[in-house]
Ligand binder design. Sequence first.
Ligand code: GTP
Ligand code: SPV
Ligand code: MN
Length: 601
Amino acid sequence: MTNSAPAIFPPSGIGDARSANQAVLDWVHDIATLTEPENIFWCDGSDQENDFLVAESIKQNVLIKLNQKTIPRSYLHRSNPNDVARVEQFTFVCTPTKEEAGPTNNWSEPAEMYAKLRGLLKGAMRGRTMFVIPYMMGPPDSPLTKVGFEITDSKYVVLNMRIMTRMGEVAVKRLGSDLNAEWNRGVHSLLDVNPERRFICHFPQDNTIISVGSGYGGNVLLSKKCFALRIGTYLARTQGWMAEHMLILGVESPEGKKHYVAAAFPSACGKTNFAMLIPPAHFKGWKVTTVGDDIAWMQIRDGRLYAVNPENGYFGVVPGTSYKSNPNAMKSIAHDTIYTNVALTDDGDAWWEGKDGPRPAHAVDWRGNDWTPESKEKAAHPNSRFTTPMRNNPALDPDVEKGEGVPISAIIFGGRRSDTVPLVYQAFDWDHGVYLGATMASETTAAATGAIGQVRRDPMAMLPFCGYNIGDYFQHWLDIGKRLTNPPLIFNVNWFRKGVKGQFLWPGFGENMRVLKWIIDRCEGTGGALKSPIGWLPSPHDLDLAELDIDHKCVAEILGIDHEEWQRELAAHKEFFDSLGGVVPEKLLEQREQLAVRFKE
Ligand code: GTP
Ligand code: SPV
Ligand code: MN
């Protein structure tokens, strides 16, 4: 057994560590000395490398080859059944003081957590390969773009990171040789994939992430929630920009007038679907294009907010995806896609609940067990995911690579609420919009472990992703507003309101175009609205509902405000703010007072 690090250059000669920044090499050396891998593999993101790692993964049962005729170059991965979602209870923000992490994050003293993690990582890669992944978040020529390095002992992580980020030499070049350049250090090891040794830890002051004991996307593709959001929010606040859990879409009228909107919905609440929306036949000539489906990095230019999508691919929810609900997603995942935890049909196809066509008479479920339509268990895990390059999306926006970003006309917040919250309404101004974001709530989903369907406050859809004190985050939003001379209008939507029989009142998906159209009309100054205590509400005739099979009662119900429900909502806002222990900016407390007063008028 050796205690010295192996040579830093891979024997195969794949990739090039020689051009890397010395600070990166020193760090790689440090981690290799600690984890004692058999060899080090410097990833370059090339096709040859990908083919090699895919072949190895198939040999080792990490991937199963799907039917190459029906879904070319696509594979199935089955995770450990104890490891199928993000783990918020094991996610930590390690800042010098507990106050910096704030009331919504698990906190640990950095030195203590480093010591614990180094203990867990000691010798963790013995007999294994350590992969070094250089990656870039953001378009190559954007001032917002950032570089990260992820060390991992998982081939699955490498293969996914190649889809999700711009990986390889491009990142090494972008970083350059300046020893003080900013870059993110990410260390991941599967260890023994045991929930008792599972920690997702962030050290914002060190721009460092250490994740152990999991192989699931949001816990281990460190570019995504860990870097682009938790570390991202911290950097954004100190550097004066925004890192948000938002999709970005373009919407173009038949006359060729284009707007961009960004929307923050909590995990598994419809971002990918909204970002890929296809307008119904009635909206002939309208076009919706995708800039991003999960994360927006935004900066101020000329008093406006501009957004880029830092990612390069989609890590999307599979169940419910069909040609009926989301044709663009179906086309995107028809090739070059990694499926995680879906079912496998007898002819080597991927299957999941909600897919078009009949259920297969037999399949192998996500755990690897036989499945038939009589089985009680679901064939695909409710949080099964696809990983697919954004270039597969037929509706990809042409400006997705634009370094300056796209100008944002509207910001939309939204959650999964069976009651209380109407289909759509508009904030009176920026500060009121920040209040809508700060108080939004949603029913929990399978994207994180724990109970499903419980209403919880999820401010700006960032409860699990804000890497510093949530009160300071609210203040950052208010401060950004002060710098905007042409701020986006702010809206709130709810696709998920239910009727007395428990059915969704709104058809959703492509039909959400009708709501988007009203939002665009409001941006253009043409849409009608009524003033209500909660904001500007469309009346039924302000929404274009032509050719939609929905009864009048339903429409009145989804646009309505029930005063009793809103008294409970107001109390819940207060309870939430109180629970944060005095960190909520005065301005937002005032917003709550004003909301209460408007209900009494
Ligand atoms: P993350 O990737 O976890 O951040 O999720 P997301 O916000 O991108 O959610 P996604 O679009 O993948 O949707 C999650 C679930 O909500 C899927 O099962 C969808 O079928 C369902 N969904 C999305 N849009 C709608 C809608 O308009 N109406 C209804 N009823 N369901 C929807
Ligand atoms: C989410 O949970 O919001 C996701 C999936 O987008 S994950 O990358 O796993 O966090
Ligand atoms: Mn997400």
